[in-house]
Design a protein around this ligand. Structure first.
Ligand code: F6R
Length: 362
């Protein structure tokens, strides 16, 4: 049932092009620059919206951090993301002009359900982005968009992260169009990027031997640092989470600009830096920070837009140009890197120690 793969995680990484096709199927009207997610809000609600607050945990929280940037850019609405277990509605906010969006693969995460209940108690409108039909969250919120990634067995979330970001990107376009904040031509270009996503992810998957080689070369490092800017930040954080979860190695993600404000003290020739260096995530500025780490002897691996080159990188992975979702494509390299490091070490990849697929306690 693993379809010839030795682990569900690797199977699910490779299922991403198909999962993304399902996520997008029948939802895009590229010519008109419109999205149909089959969700409806009360008349005038989106136009009057003051803010979107995303609540989520773990990988879903990083999908939320990616999405918050898209909501601000495409939907022209203030957007924030909070770790669900830390979420409080807060004084001075306006519940009837707030949309609280739970991002949860399982739809059963207790922390996320708790946050949604606090939002409802405060009087906010709630929404869920989930993979699971009939899950608890769908019964608690005012509206749901399904990510349609198909079942994910590996404890480490992979294809569901990609499908979450793609679904949230569509939602950002839908909200932006409804609010009149996004021109049809700008929407069209984002939707074309989304359409290109499955093919772009496939191109990265075809580079797996190169990633495996890099994993073998660096697997014995003392720690791994992941950096990026803008949309590259959530991807760096997700890359670090994936690696620590399944390899049990120390990995940390940072906003690249923060390296010099502390973490640089940890950098040695034994701590590779993996960087998201795509053009649309401020790759050039990020590269400046990577160079600071290289000066301290750290090896540097980068995910780089295919039309760009940084000669000083020790390893460079090509990322196809798909605009706003380019960093999401770069993430596939980080998934493969985590997988191969863990596989070389013989870890229990599909069921890492101490972790469960669905966390139903707060
Ligand atoms: C990481 C991972 C977890 C989940 C988190 C939220 O690979 O799988 O961090 O993302 O437990 O789970 P859901 O999305 O089901 O709410």
């Amino acid at each position: 049932e693993k379809g010839g793969y030795e682990h569900y995680m690797r199977k699910e990484i490779h299922e991403q092009p198909e999962a993304l096709r399902q996520t997008l199927a029948g939802r895009l009207d590229v010519d008109a620059g419109n999205v149909d997610l089959d969700v409806s809000f009360p008349p005038g609600f989106l136009a009057d919206l003051e803010e979107i607050r995303i609540v989520a945990c773990g990988t879903s929280y990083y999908a939320g951090r990616y999405a918050a940037q898209l909501f601000e850019e495409l939907a022209g609405v203030r957007a924030s993301v909070e770790i669900a277990s830390e979420y409080e509605f807060g004084a001075g906010r306006t519940p009837d002009r707030t949309l609280v969006v739970a991002v949860t693969q399982s739809g059963e995460t207790a922390d996320t359900l708790g946050a949604i209940r606090r939002a409802k108690d405060a009087g906010a409108r709630t929404f869920a982005v989930t993979n699971t039909l009939g899950s608890t969250v769908t019964r608690e919120v005012d509206g749901t968009a399904f990510i349609r990634a198909g079942p994910e067995i590996g404890v480490a979330a992979t294809k569901t992260f990609a499908s979450q970001v793609a679904t949230l990107a569509m939602l950002a376009v839908a909200v932006g169009r409804d609010r009149g904040a996004l021109a049809a031509s700008d929407a069209r270009s984002v939707l074309e990027d989304l359409q290109g996503l499955p093919g772009a992810v496939q191109q990265v998957l075809d580079e797996e031997p190169q990633v495996r080689e890099a994993a073998q070369a660096y697997q014995d490092s003392e720690a791994f640092f992941f950096v990026g800017r803008a949309l590259g930040v959530p991807v760096a954080l997700e890359g670090a989470l994936k690696l620590k979860e399944i390899s049990y190695d120390h990995a940390e993600g940072f906003a690249a600009g923060e390296l010099k404000h502390g973490p640089l003290a940890l950098v040695t020739p034994d701590t590779p830096v993996l960087a998201v260096l795509t053009d649309r995530s401020r790759g050039r500025e990020t590269m400046n920070n990577v160079t600071e780490a290289q000066t301290r002897g750290a090896p540097a691996l980068g995910c780089v837009s295919e039309d760009t080159e940084y000669d000083t990188l020790d390893v460079s992975f090509d990322v196809p140009d798909v605009g706003t979702v380019e960093p999401l494509v770069a993430n596939v390299y980080l998934q493969l890197f985590a997988y191969h490091v863990a596989n070389e070490k013989g870890r229990s990849i599909d069921k890492p120690r101490n972790l469960a697929k669905s966390v139903t306690v707060e």
